[in-house]
Design a protein around this ligand. Structure first.
Ligand SMILES: *Cc1c(COP(=O)(O)O)cnc(C)c1O
Length: 380
């Protein structure tokens, strides 16, 4: 185990996926909203307490649904971090919104709640907190700001399945939340996602938007005797085969999270000496946050050249990666967005961050090797 390739990610398979997919085939309905989709919805609703869960083809699609539901109009402004995945911004830009990029906190790399209020204008419609690495944003403060200014909250909880903030599931706190089941996430169906509707008054419109603008969801429940075109919409359903795969994973979500936390905690211990030596900064999980070990990242001290660290990992066949190129500095972000202030933390931290291999089944000796390679390189 002292040599060999250590991949960055390896999607976990529980073993029940095949049986559930066979069962879905036997049900003779392969399109969306069949028996497995219903079971997934119930699982998410029970686990998170959201009013309505709706499986989608991706978290990207769930964010697009959310942007439609909060009635974004051209010229509206939406506050979000620049340090996030492109889908957070795209969903709103597709509706003509201007993403307003606010800096992040240096401890959690989450939207800095102290900077939000000064970014609000009369065009601001919504705040989109992204729970980076499954560690919650400071939601009490963000909810209070949204209330004061009558703004919607869409939580990008793509990375936050099974994580909590002061006892509440991530994605269940804002008006709307979104999950990702992409195969780089903790619980997966390959591609997949879910919208979490917390604001009850949005449930019916969410169902209609997701079902091509029809009230087919009410028809299936027997609430209307035919379904008709009610408004705009699109096809935002996940197929039953993917839902069957997902159900197998959701049933094991607790075990998956526990297993990942064991891997995460091992990294945290092994890396403590490098932090004490002033070479790196380890992730911070504030009080009140229960995280889900979605990723393990380190922040290199400013004197190091990140590329040389990544090159060394590649030479040793260790899959370490970086992200994100801040959206405010990317070509599209410059064109369509607005940076609120200097975004110094975003710029500095995004250049120094390295994500280490992180998956269920990653062995202790493999982790020791990752940390040894890093330590040897940084102490040269
Ligand atoms: C993964 C991710 C997404 C997109 O998820 P998909 O399911 O791949 O569309 C959006 N936002 C964040 C923060 C993510 O990490």
């Amino acid at each position: 185990m002292d040599s060999g390739v250590i991949p960055f990610n390896r999607p976990h398979v529980t073993g029940k996926e095949h049986a559930y997919i066979d069962e879905a085939i036997g049900n003779h309905q392969l399109s969306g909203d069949g028996a497995f989709t219903k079971r997934c919805h119930q699982w998410i609703e029970r686990e998170t307490g959201c009013a309505k869960a709706l499986l989608t083809p991706s978290c990207t699609a769930a964010l697009e649904l959310a942007a439609l539901l909060v009635d974004i109009e051209p010229g509206d402004e939406v506050i979000m971090p620049s340090y996030t995945f492109v889908s957070t911004a795209n969903a709103f830009v597709l509706r003509g919104a201007v993403p307003v990029f606010v800096d992040i906190r240096t401890d959690t790399l989450n939207l800095d709640e102290r900077l939000i209020e000064s970014a609000i204008t009369e065009r601001t419609r919504a705040i989109v907190p992204v729970h980076y690495a499954g560690v919650a944003c400071e939601m009490d403060a963000i909810v209070a700001i949204a209330k004061r200014h009558d703004l919607g909250i869409v939580e990008d909880a793509a990375q936050g399945v099974m994580a909590r903030y002061k006892g509440r599931a991530l994605g269940s706190i804002g008006d709307l939340g979104t999950f990702s089941f992409h195969d780089t996430k903790n619980v997966t169906s390959g591609e997949g996602g879910s919208l979490l509707v917390n604001e009850r008054s949005l449930v019916q419109r969410a169902e209609i938007l997701r079902e091509k603008g029809t009230d087919r969801s009410r028809f299936i429940r027997g609430e209307v005797d035919k379904y008709t075109w009610q408004g705009v919409g699109s096809s935002f359903l996940l197929g039953e085969l993917a839902a069957a795969f997902l159900q197998a994973q959701l049933e094991q979500a607790r075990e998956i999270t526990q297993g990942r936390l064991a891997v995460w905690n091992r990294y945290h211990e092994l890396l403590a000496p490098l932090e004490q030596a002033g070479l790196i900064q380890r992730p911070v999980v504030p009080d009140g946050c229960v995280h889900n070990a979605h990723m393990y990242y380190i922040i290199l001290s400013p004197e190091f050249d990140r590329q040389s660290v990544l090159d060394e990992f590649r030479r040793q066949q260790i899959g370490a990666v970086f992200h994100y190129v801040p959206l405010h500095s990317a070509p599209a972000g410059i064109r369509v967005g607005r940076a609120h202030g200097e975004l110094q933390a975003t710029t500095s931290l995004s250049r120094r961050l390295v994500r280490l291999p992180m998956w269920l089944g990653l062995g202790e000796s493999q982790q020791q090797r990752v940390v040894e390679v890093l330590g040897r390189h940084l102490r040269r």
